[in-house]
Design a protein. Structure first.
Length: 184
């Protein structure tokens, strides 16, 4: 996700608040990557970024969760633990999933040209699809079947740390810091 593509039309007073907050966090935690400015949503949100469909929302409502637990590779769990060890005061965690434009989201893409749209958890699960198999199993399957890498293998989940000028409520503009990402 690119901040320039997702930059929301921020009113000047709000822009000033978010800019000050970003500068303050960068001064205290230079290890933080540049944030993306997005609206916090209590529901999953579908949007286009450079023409590619994405879904983002609260980590607690991750459509790829299994039995209510997020599925993260060990390396990304360690990366998140590093950020937690730095004492960065995050208000929330969000997760974004890159979506296959030829998959179930295809019929919704024309509507997303007008801007982001919230969706139900059920729609989110359908457009994100099932959690891919463990990378070693997926690799072995591709070798056995002689299948070349598919688009679905390239899709990126991203975990964001979310910070607002106060605890975010639905619709508030916030800073979304990409903390970790991976390729299935």
């Amino acid at each position: 996700m690119h901040s320039t593509d997702l930059y929301t039309d921020v009113p000047p007073p709000r822009r000033y608040d978010l800019t000050r907050l970003s500068a303050h966090l960068h001064f205290r935690h230079p290890e933080l990557p540049s944030p993306v400015v997005l609206h916090w949503s209590d529901e999953p949100v579908l949007l286009l970024d450079a023409g590619r469909p994405w879904l983002y929302g609260p980590a607690g409502r991750d459509p790829a969760a299994v039995d209510g637990r997020a599925v993260l590779p060990r390396r990304q769990v360690r990366r998140l633990a590093q950020f937690a060890g730095h004492g960065i005061a995050l208000h929330a965690l969000a997760i974004a999933h890159e979506l296959d434009p030829a998959g179930p989201v295809a019929e919704l893409v024309p509507d997303l040209a007008d801007g982001p749209r919230t969706c139900t958890d059920e729609v989110a699960r359908v457009v994100v699809g099932p959690v891919p198999a463990h990378p070693a199993l997926a690799r072995a399957t591709r070798l056995l079947e002689g299948v070349v890498r598919t688009t679905a293998d390239l899709l990126d989940p991203i975990v964001f740390g979310v910070v607002g000028t106060c605890k975010p409520e639905h619709g508030d503009l916030c800073l979304f810091y990409p903390l970790t990402a991976w390729r299935w």
